[in-house]
Design a protein around this ligand. Sequence first.
Ligand code: MN
Length: 262
Amino acid sequence: MCNTLSSEQVSQNATDRGEPASPADPSLVADLVTANHILFDQGVVDAFGHASVRHDKDPERFLLARNMAPGQVTAEDIVEFHLDGTPVNAAGRRIYLERFIHGEIYRARPDIMAVVHSHSHSIVPLSVVKGRPLRAIFHMAGFIGEGAPVFEIRDVAGTGTDLLIRNNELGAALAKHFDSHSIVLMRGHGSTLVAQSLKQAVYRSVYAELNARYQMDAMRLGEVTYLTAEEADASVRNVEPQMQRPWALWKEAAEARRASRS
Ligand code: MN
């Protein structure tokens, strides 16, 4: 057996189907580009991971970059997809294999407008330790609540997968976990989280990673006091409305570092 990862294992070409919807609001596309850059600059994604947003003109479609590192995405790299993961205008460009994560969540949760999937560093350990769920430990991460569920791909696809969400069936199985949760860990893989907007999704992505890091630091020190469900809810209501403040800061930092790279 060859252990080299072929490009087919992490990306795909797929035939376009259908006509593009009315063009998405340019500011939405610009925000999706910015979200990609912030997620890289803040250490949530590296060369892998992706962010999407539901199309503002057609709720049965979503926008996601073509297969590339998030930190390098431009407006020209944004592709429109049907909820089943079929591209509309990829025009032969390679697309993310795990796009089914996004489409199946948008299908299952009509209220969700943005999705981020990542393998952020501090989340992965908590995805593999039994009985120690990711759980809100500070007010910036109340959306995590009293414990994030862990998606176990073996329950759906057996013990021999590559852990990737590579079809609609796996995407739908993952999407079920979002019934009453905003973030779901994926065992041995990473996490996916949902939000009502791109800015909220980026905010949550950064603070989910921080919560995971702080939680593991605290667990090493002793018994941990977590937020109650009521504290978590109150924190979401009162802290998340300020998400514009970190967005503006993170955007400026990401674009400054991006300019210094080019
Ligand atoms: Mn992944």
